[in-house]
Design a protein around this ligand. Structure first.
Ligand code: ADP
Ligand code: MG
Length: 278
């Protein structure tokens, strides 16, 4: 197995001493270069887990290591945040400057990158998310999806190994959502950036390597998207909907159509229907 970039080992966390556990005995490893998704309904503990990984919170019990560094050691905090960057839900809260280019520069200033190195890093990061042509625009003139891609560029410019996306498409329209997810898939495939994608949209989790389902602070299922979603009955208690094509397949099977297992996408459904109609 490839070395884990993120390793969460039996981690629990409570916001208040003796309060309820928001994260309960969670273990998880994200290997270098992989694309993992965390899926769960509201309040299941996803954001708390993300902040534990990023070192914003420290575990009440257990250990989180990022690139081999324990989040509990103060001296690791900044290096962890640089190497495992985070993109949040609301793009408006993440953009601070009046020009896109300056916004990307902001993080670089914070980590002390020399001024002469900045332009090249900024141009590369904006190119990687398809936003270079907007470099001199004011962020407030951009669409939600474009703003979110600028926020990603800000993280990318710091040359992270991993990026954690906490419901980063939740506030976007369908096109913005697609564009952001595509940009992130490209970063993963072409540059080997490790991705932890937190979402409650099932259809987004279909594209990843591994899915972890959270429910009431715990990880209740782990597997490939195919393993998780083809079991429509098993995910029901966690109030997640399987992708539409998996649900359609389950309904048709229940009515006696001999569709094969593991159908998740429109293309797979089309292939299977063609096969049956031959
Ligand atoms: P998710 O991101 O999956 O919606 P959260 O991690 O935000 O879930 O929340 C997990 C649990 O922790 C919930 O019960 C929530 O009410 C609680 N919680 C979240 N943030 C705080 C906070 N700042 N103080 C106290 N409790 C919190
Ligand atoms: Mg959340």
């Amino acid at each position: 197995m490839a070395e884990p970039i993120i390793a969460v080992d039996h981690v629990s966390f409570a916001y208040e001493e003796d309060g309820p556990l928001a994260v309960r005995d969670v273990s998880l490893q994200v290997e270098k270069g992989s694309f993992h998704a965390i899926l769960g309904q509201n309040g299941s503990g996803k954001s708390t887990l993300a902040k534990l990984i990023n070192g914003l919170y420290l575990p009440t019990e257990g250990t989180v290591t990022v690139c081999g560094m324990d989040t509990k050691a103060d001296e690791n905090t900044w290096e962890i945040r640089r190497r495992a960057g985070m993109v949040f839900q609301n793009p408006d809260n993440q953009l601070v400057a009046t020009v896109v280019r300056e916004d990307v520069a902001f993080g670089l200033e914070n980590i002390g990158i020399p001024t002469e190195e900045m332009p090249a890093r900024i141009e590369k990061a904006l190119t990687d998310v398809g936003m270079l042509k907007h470099a001199d625009k004011a962020p407030h003139l951009l669409s939600g999806g474009q703003k979110q891609r600028v926020a990603i560029a800000g993280v990318l410019a710091m040359e992270p190994e991993a990026i954690i996306f906490d419901e980063s498409t939740a506030m976007l329209d369908p096109k913005g959502r697609r564009d952001v997810l595509k940009a992130v898939q490209r970063l993963n495939k072409e540059q080997g950036i490790t991705v932890l994608w937190i979402t409650h949209f099932m259809e987004e989790a279909v594209v990843c390597d591994q899915v972890h389902v959270m429910h009431r602070g715990q990880i209740v299922m782990n597997g490939t998207p195919r393993e998780i979603f083809s079991d429509v009955e098993r995910i029901k208690p966690y109030r997640l909907d399987a992708p539409p094509m998996a649900r359609l397949a389950a309904q048709l099977r229940a009515q006696g159509m001999p569709l094969k297992e593991g159908i998740l996408t429109v293309d797979e459904m089309a292939e299977e229907v063609k096969r049956l109609c031959k």
